[in-house]
Design a protein around this ligand. Sequence first.
Ligand code: CUA
Length: 282
Amino acid sequence: MVIALVLCITLFIWMIMWHVYGKQNPSSTTYRTSTTEFSKLTEAYIMQNMVGSDNGIPIVRPEPNTNVFLMAEMWRWSPVLILEKDQSYKFHISSKDIVHGLSIQPVNMNFQVYPGYDYLLEFKPTETGEYKVICNEFCGIGHHTMIGKIVVIEKDEDLKLYGFKDLKKPAGKAAAKKNEPLTEAEMALMGEQVYTLKGCGACHKTDGTSLIAPSWKGLYGKDEHVIVDGKKTTVKVDDEYIKESIQNPTSKITVGYENTPMPVMGLSDEEIAQVIAYIKTL
Ligand code: CUA
């Protein structure tokens, strides 16, 4: 009885002490949002700030003291973030579909991420390194592959340590600043973002390999064999043909890819023009 009592009291005291000396999960402020609204915000945010891509996931390098959007979806965390040590960021975290768990390793910070809620979290990394964002809420067959990345650096040279080589200037930001039409190079950069964000790369490679869809490398201007209404013919790959292929993928089907029809992606005219500019550079 005495031992049990002492143990109880000790644990009780520790309960209070832990608040002061223990490692606490920081607390977030929660706002109501909708999945569509949050994904729109995140997509716009990435468009503006993207500097490259890491295995198909956009990379963003936010300015200190700004809003940062991090979205969970089956089965990825987007974007990859490059942060600076000892700078604060306002993280907005939400899910696009179902409940996920945000777990930053190896520091072991854990949050649940519900769709429909925007978790606002003051985030200030105090040590450099590469952190994994692991999903710790079972969310389907791809759950174990849902690993995001946060890299904390001190100076620009550190980027090399983590394998980030040619990061670009955010194209969207330059575009938003000036009211002039975009240059061809800026258009191409935006097109590359569309390619990453919309997942075009799942089928269309840019290195000349073509497994389930024609590669975009050297595509522009070449003669493509296509099937129109069951008949084989040849078309020149130009702006018009690419636009038609995006808006109405089944009107002309490239010979050799009859069995892997392309889905309608719902791109805006502007996005299509950007994609065309990007294809031209390949
Ligand atoms: Cu997301 Cu498990």
